[in-house]
Ligand binder design. Sequence first.
Ligand code: NAP
Length: 309
Amino acid sequence: VSEVVDRLALIGIGLIGSSIARGVREWGLAKEVVVQSRRAETVATAERLQLGDRYTTSAAEAVEGADLVIVSIPVGACEAVAREIAPALKAGAIVSDAGSVKAAVIRQMRPHLPRGVHFVPAHPVAGTEYSGPEAGFAALFQNRFCILTPPAGTDEEAVARVRMFWEGLGSRVEVMASAEHHDMVLAITSHVPHLIAYNIVGTAAHLEAVTESEVMKFAAGGFRDFTRIAASDPTMWRDVFLNNREAVLEMLGRFTEDLTALQRSIRFGDGDALFDLFTRTRAIRRGIIEAGQETAAPDFGRTHDAEPD
Ligand code: NAP
């Protein structure tokens, strides 16, 4: 892949920003990369990892002369950053982001961006439960979807460039016409599953007192798979729920109804209802594997070489 941009500014250099930086370096997607993070400590780590060509704690300074700016910070912080970078953006620059929520980010950022600057919101649907610049890796976005939600009337060339950039990182790019639609789909595929994981791990933690560590001991029974998701970054996920309130509440309502129906099947011994659901859900997992979005390796792809037993 040849260079897609001359100067790239990365605002935020955590898991997502640093994975972008590594991919850009690996596949030569930019001539120059300017790295920004709020805290000097994070900037120093990024510098030690050689994630860019220049480093700064100032977002305004970072975007000067940049052709493409990617904001990868918690979604609740996007407005302040948009406000800060706006006067420093060059005419014709493209501003994008990586936020897990799209409508709220557009509401926060768009009003501040000057005319002549193109805004192409993006969401790479890829991640891990780790955060910070050291957690990133170049292959994170390989074969994962990146969803673009350009508001109506966005410059086509700017959208094409952002598409090329993400394809350069190995992503499969999809454009969604509506940010609200994105938020609804992601509420059920990502946000509610995280909430369920946080909740069940919380419930089990409360029970630890009466079970005398048996929750930890017998975690392989299913619990541990929720704990991986529930280990995700608290700030990022707080902001996701506060900024995708409507869609999450809608999906939680449906989830609660379905859960109540299951509760009823158990109470009245309706084994057929349980069996039917569990059969349908198995087919859904097969579909995800066939779509190349999950490994078919048993036990959730864990390798057992290093395990004591
Ligand atoms: P992260 O590893 O925790 O990194 C966060 C970055 O944002 C750091 O550079 C941090 O700076 C900066 N930051 C934190 N609070 C800030 C604030 N109030 N103002 C300005 N900068 C702030 O986070 P991440 O996982 O890369 O997530 C970044 C974005 O990508 C989020 O919007 C998230 O929704 C989205 N996303 C995440 C995943 C995932 O699985 N993690 C997947 C897809 C999309 P300092 O360290 O200097 O404080």
